[in-house]
Design a protein around this ligand. Structure first.
Ligand code: SF4
Ligand code: SF4
Length: 284
């Protein structure tokens, strides 16, 4: 079972929810931090990192001895990542989407592949929770391939909790696609509502069942709740603003470990999600 925890904007408490649910469920759970531009789940889960793997993506390498400058490679590349100027073939690695099209069309077999570093994946564990995170190389903009690589580590036999990147663009879709459930996290403010609406539309397009956690539920107004009702988006957990929770968060301490009464609430959150997934599987 894959649960992707997402939010339309950063700073809503997405990582707080995903890490606390993982800690509440405990041993046997798998946690994938797909927020590869700014992974911070490790600050709360505190895993022991056992190994690190470099992740690269293939980009073309041209053998000018074989090249006849026919331009077929640049003609097929819709990303303008390869171009032929006079007797030079220029490659722009940052634009390359690694589709391999140029290699396929080259009539001289002049193009082979080399690797461009995207980032790294760290593998670890804590108290039986398997932990994997991706970390994008500084200056790298192509995060979906790294996210997909982290996603490929999901064990279908386990409960997998994914911390998705914030927003609604390609990286988020890479982290949500194929999940059994998307748990959206928001706060009851106009900004929170605006970004929640975008996230809900994205999840609808993917056809994944979803639910909502409202963080700092007693600030702002009731518009988020009214919207959730209109959209038939179940509010599965509300977390009021509490100074002690904010303090624990700012010091990298988890809610469920600091305040045991919250462990049960996060377990209940998981069981509500499980019930929704089961109901859907019997009706589809
Ligand atoms: S398709 Fe091959 S031969 Fe033609 S310009 Fe590109 S690299 Fe050279
Ligand atoms: S691999 Fe695809 S994106 Fe990259 S240069 Fe070749 S055609 Fe363009």
């Amino acid at each position: 079972m894959i649960i992707s925890v997402a939010s339309g904007k950063g700073g809503t408490g997405k990582t707080t929810i995903s890490t606390n649910m993982a800690l509440a469920l405990g041993s046997g759970v798998e946690f994938l931090d797909c927020d590869v531009e700014e992974p911070n789940a490790h600050l709360f889960l505190k895993p022991v990192i056992e190994r690190t793997e470099l992740v690269t993506t293939p980009i073309p390498l041209v053998d000018l001895e074989k090249c006849t400058y026919c331009r077929k490679c640049s003609a097929i590349c819709r990303f303008n990542a390869i171009t032929v100027v006079s007797h030079k073939v220029l490659i722009f690695p940052e634009l390359c989407h690694s589709c391999g099209g140029c290699m396929v069309v080259c009539p001289e077999g002049a193009i082979t592949e080399t690797g461009r570093e995207l980032g790294e994946i760290n593998f670890g564990a804590r108290n039986g929770i398997r932990f994997i995170n991706g970390r994008l190389r500084v200056g790298e903009s192509m995060s979906p391939p790294l996210i997909k690589r982290v996603r490929s580590e999901a064990d279908p036999e386990k409960v997998t909790i994914i911390d998705a990147p914030p927003g609604t663009s390609c990286p988020v879709i890479a982290a949500m696609n194929g999940a059994d459930f998307v748990l959206m996290v928001t706060e009851p403010t106009p900004f929170g509502l605006h970004d929640l609406k975008l996230a809900v539309e994205t999840v609808k397009l993917l056809g994944i069942p979803s639910g909502l956690v409202v963080n700092r539920s007693d600030i702002g107004d009731q518009e988020v709740f009214a919207y959730a009702e209109r959209e038939q988006l179940p509010v599965l957990l509300t977390i009021p603003f509490e100074r002690r929770i904010a303090e624990a968060y700012s010091q990298g301490r988890s809610i469920v470990e600091e305040f045991p009464e919250w462990k049960e609430r996060f377990c209940e959150l998981f069981h509500k999600i499980e019930t929704i997934i089961q109901k859907r599987s019997t009706t589809v």
